[in-house]
Design a protein around this ligand. Structure first.
Ligand code: NAD
Length: 252
């Protein structure tokens, strides 16, 4: 008889999962046995991604529309997913955007968009999931921060503030929810090759590589493996932590 996969019987919801880091995470968690709820603002892409991974992995996946910045949409996302899948054991708050500029050129709407999606979006989804997770006395939440949330970065004050805020959210919720067997951790990626970083100039990419002891940019799979660790049994006594996955770029 073949051994059960480590995440068999678990249901994971991932926001911003139609591509990039979210998609790689959906693929890995499904490969390890989880059923996956693929949430994204781009619902057609989310459904397509879910169908492709379902075919590869043999697990149950479906795509859902969610605008994490909107609490009603986040509530509806979590409610429909629980109705369809029966429960959610794992929440990965991954949806995120950048609107990079020097502070003098950041418009109020660009500030608000970054904070509302990156930080309030995670709050909205956590708030929607916490009651059912407390009831089932099990939950694994992973927030996707960034190394610039730890170090700051010129030209990214809005983004860095949102990602630093996620670290405060992570540590506070870890303290609130630990007694209910819910762990809350954060992964802080360095430069990862996705649509988000495609827009950066070759010069910036070269500079990032030379500032990275391991000498390369990261892949979405590098981040997915760290997320998979936090939701695995190996991490059952770990909460409130931030794991940098950045090739050694930022050492705190
Ligand atoms: P990406 O742009 O490829 O994917 C982000 C996904 O989020 C997209 O599918 C997008 O449609 C979705 N999204 C955007 N706004 C949304 C909203 N309001 N509601 C729901 N979904 C929404 O980016 P990525 O590089 O895969 O980034 C994933 C996460 O990792 C982000 O939080 C990002 O800040 C973080 N991160 C990325 C890097 C990097 O170098 N790529 C570094 C550090 C942190």
């Amino acid at each position: 008889m073949s051994e059960a996969l480590p995440l068999e019987g678990r249901v994971a919801a991932i926001t911003g999962a139609s591509r990039g880091i979210g998609r790689a995470t959906a693929e890995l968690l499904a490969k390890r046995g989880a059923d996956v709820v693929v949430g994204d603002l781009l619902v057609d892409e989310a459904k397509e991604t879910a169908a492709e991974i379902a075919k590869e992995s043999g697990r149950r996946l479906d795509g859902y529309l969610v605008d994490v910045a909107d609490s009603e949409s986040a509530n509806k996302f979590i409610e429909s997913a629980i109705e369809d899948f029966g429960k959610i054991d794992i929440l990965i708050n991954n949806a995120g955007i950048t609107r990079d500029n020097l502070i003098m050129r950041i418009s109020e709407s660009d500030w608000d968009a970054v904070i509302n999606i990156n930080l309030k979006g995670a709050f909205n989804c956590c708030k929607a999931i916490v009651r059912p997770m407390m009831k089932q006395r099990y939950g694994r939440i992973v927030n996707i921060s960034s190394v610039v949330g730890l170090s700051g970065n010129a030209g990214q004050s809005n983004y860095s503030a949102s990602k630093a805020g996620l670290i405060g959210l992570t540590k506070s919720l870890a303290q609130e929810l630990g007694s209910r067997n819910i762990t809350v951790n954060a992964v802080a990626p360095g430069y990862i090759t996705t649509v988000l970083t495609d827009v950066l100039s070759e010069e910036i990419k070269e500079a990032a590589i030379s500032a990275t002891p391991l000498g390369r940019l990261g892949s979405p799979e590098d981040i997915a493996r760290a997320i998979a660790f936090f939701v695995s049994e190996d991490a059952e006594f770990i909460t409130g932590q931030v794991l940098s996955v950045d090739g050694g770029m930022v050492m705190m």
